[in-house]
Design a protein around this ligand. Structure first.
Ligand SMILES: Nc1ncnc2c1ncn2[C@@H]1O[C@H](COP(=O)(O)OP(=O)(O)OP(=O)(O)O)[C@@H](O)[C@H]1O
Length: 631
């Protein structure tokens, strides 16, 4: 199915207040930004202008933390270090070398941020989680010592004065600095918004919520986290340069641990996963600081209270609270609901474009979990254009074998090949990129994405639209969005759930989520499909859709491996069935052969083969029910 032949992007059907506000939200934000930008020319007081500038600078730092915490899930609170680097580089170049040109300084500062991001991020992210958080804390703690050691350049405890910036040789006065700061903030948030509201932003969401899902989408978790971490350094360093120009003087006591906490508090209070939450949080913190003298005396205590309040009362900050209230109001009918995406007015798609399935071969596979021998000498094959089922009682090793096929486990013995490629031992994201897609026993979906976006995320590793094209909204970005949309909608239609395209995927019922997962797997256009108990929890209508989809994949030439407890489905769709018991392969055959296999009947029913097929089905069905929602 090509993007072009697929379903046309469905029209938005609702009108009214919501649609109008959504359509003009970008314009409203821009108008608000312009109003603030022109503030000094419209009679804004000097005090208010300074507040706006400080809020803007703090929001840049908070935005840096939001990106790394809210989207990469890493508590890297090193924004103040990068802020200091930006400020000192600007001050030093201005005083020692007379370099004050804004684009040049911005270029140097961004480069410095990227280098520091890479140098600290590579080891920090390799160690992961708390180690990275410690590296980040450590960077802030050692800051005064670094300033002292480099006092020849930093002025040590005495600080450095900073000449005013120039733009192409012309001095920027106080108003010019104001415009520069506000314009930088507006541009940064516009670019950040473009990145977050894109396939890359959706990949960030998946990355934070489920590294396992990210890897099975072909995303290198380490690489993407590093990219997010490095990007997050940029606004912090720019904020430092702007602060140096704003105050005209910098000293080590500006870059304190308390400031690091204020950035964390602003992020928590505004909402770490909201694009504009950084502005809300920064405004509250900065305004509070200026208005309440008690703030100066009890700074750390107040930040602590802010953090506690954010953690206990509204975990996604004020913007999250706002979103929840709006959702509730919509639910109760007090506000118009979001525009529903209508299924395309076309008959359901019944076929797929040809898939170049490749043969899967597992040879003498053994898997040992610290003394627990989960698999021993298992050899199975799965051919393109055929459905190969893997059945067996609970604990017989089916999921272990599936996890070996997709790289989540490495075999203790034996090897797995897909066509000519040995995939055993490869990292999961490399196996995914080699052409393997899977679903999970408990569907893995990311919160904050529509079903359409979730299905399109299956295409991410083939994504050819760069982050640069995305933030600048170049034509290639728009082409990518159109292709993603039409492909995702066509696949949702194939699964019979096109009407859910605009619904939050994590809110779908279990059965529909399973079908969305199959559509997501299909979107990756893999050669090998691994379905892990995909039928459990489906009602008859969903089961029909699933059966149709599995057959469509087979008929298109895909290689399908089905781990399943739903025996009627297995019997209906499979070409070959492998039966595992206690980690060993006990039978291989067609559905008819397996139904008559004495060893299989004995394994399932405990008898020597006299039991009926109905008894076997019943046993397998019970096993399926027991297992539902297992992992
Ligand atoms: N990560 C792990 N660590 C230790 N043991 C494991 C691990 N994963 C699986 N096992 C063990 O391997 C054996 C096979 O488990 P597996 O989940 O593959 O069985 P299964 O056939 O998929 O069962 P089910 O139908 O219940 O999903 C079990 O004894 C299980 O306890």
């Amino acid at each position: 199915m090509s993007a072009d032949s697929a379903v046309v992007r469905p029209p938005v059907t609702s009108s009214g207040l919501f649609a109008k506000v959504s359509r003009f939200r970008g314009l409203l934000m821009l108008a608000l930004g312009l109003l603030v930008l022109l503030g000094p020319y419209l009679g804004m007081s000097g005090y208010l202008a300074r507040t706006v500038m400080l809020v803007g600078i703090l929001s840049l730092l908070t935005s840096g933390l939001n990106i790394v915490l809210g989207y990469a899930g890493e508590l890297a609170v090193n924004q103040v270090f990068l802020y200091a680097v930006g400020a000192y580089v600007t001050a030093y170049l201005g005083t020692a070398h007379g370099i004050t040109d804004v684009p040049l300084i911005f270029g140097i500062v961004i480069l410095a941020a990227l280098v520091i991001g890479l140098v600290t991020g590579i080891p920090g992210l390799r160690l992961g989680g708390w180690s990275l958080a410690m590296v980040a804390f450590f960077m802030v703690i050692i800051l005064p010592s670094v300033v002292q050691v480099l006092s020849k350049y930093t002025g040590g405890p005495l600080g450095l004065s900073t000449p005013l910036p120039t733009l192409f040789g012309r001095d920027l006065g106080d108003r010019g600095v104001y415009v520069l700061i506000v314009a930088t903030v507006i541009i940064w948030f516009a670019l950040a918004r473009n990145l977050i509201l894109s396939a890359h932003g959706n990949a960030f969401l998946v990355l934070r919520q489920s590294p396992i899902l990210a890897e099975s989408l072909g995303i290198s978790v380490f690489r993407l986290k590093l990219i997010v971490y490095v990007i997050s350094a940029v606004p912090c360093a720019l904020g430092g340069a702007l602060f140096a120009w704003l105050d005209g003087f910098i000293a080590p006591d500006t870059f304190t641990f308390a400031m690091a906490l204020s950035v964390l508090a602003a992020s928590m209070f505004g909402g770490a996963t909201s694009i504009y939450g950084a502005l809300v949080g920064a405004f509250l913190l900065q305004y509070g600081q200026q208005q309440l003298t008690v703030f100066a005396q009890l700074e750390l205590v107040i930040y602590g209270v802010f953090l506690l309040a954010a953690a206990l009362v509204f975990r996604n900050g004020l913007t999250g609270l706002f979103r929840t209230l709006v959702a509730r109001a919509r639910h109760r009918g007090w506000l118009p609901t979001a525009p529903a995406l209508r299924a395309a007015e076309q008959p359901p798609t019944t076929g797929l474009e040809p898939i170049e399935g490749r043969p899967l071969s597992c040879r003498d596979i053994g898997k040992n979990f610290g003394g627990n021998q989960a698999l021993t000498g298992v050899s199975i094959d799965a051919a393109p254009g055929r459905i190969t089922a893997l059945i067996g009682p609970n604990g017989s090793g089916k999921t272990t074998l599936l996890n070996l096929m997709c790289g989540f486990y490495t075999p203790s013995a034996g090897s797995i090949t897909l066509g000519d490629t040995t995939i055993s031992g490869l990292k999961p994201f490399k196996v995914a990129r080699a052409g393997v897609a899977r679903t999970f026993q408990t569907p893995m979906v990311a919160r904050g994405m529509t079903t359409r976006e979730f299905v399109a995320s299956g295409r991410y590793s083939q994504q050819k639209v760069s982050m640069l094209a995305t933030v600048l909204r170049l034509p290639s970005f728009r082409r990518g969005v159109r292709a993603d949309d039409s492909e995702a909608l066509a696949l949702l239609e194939l699964m019979g759930i096109a009407q859910t395209a605009g619904t939050e995927v994590s809110e779908l019922p279990l059965g529909t989520r399973r079908l969305a997962e199959v559509a997501r797997a299909l979107a990756a256009r893999p050669q090998l499909f691994l379905f892990d108990e995909v039928a459990s929890g489906l009602d008859p209508a969903d089961l029909d859709s699933l059966e149709r989809a599995i057959r469509a994949i087979r008929d298109a030439g895909g290689t399908v491996v089905l781990v399943e407890h739903n025996f009627p489905l297995v019997l209906k769709v499979s070409d070959t069935i492998h039966v595992l018991s206690r980690g060993e392969l006990i039978a291989t055959g067609t559905p008819e052969e397996i139904q008559r296999d004495a060893r299989v009947l004995e394994e399932y029913t405990g008898s020597s083969g006299a039991e009926t097929v109905a008894g076997l089905e019943a046993d397998l069905e019970v096993a399926g029910t027991d297992n539902e929602g297992g992992r």
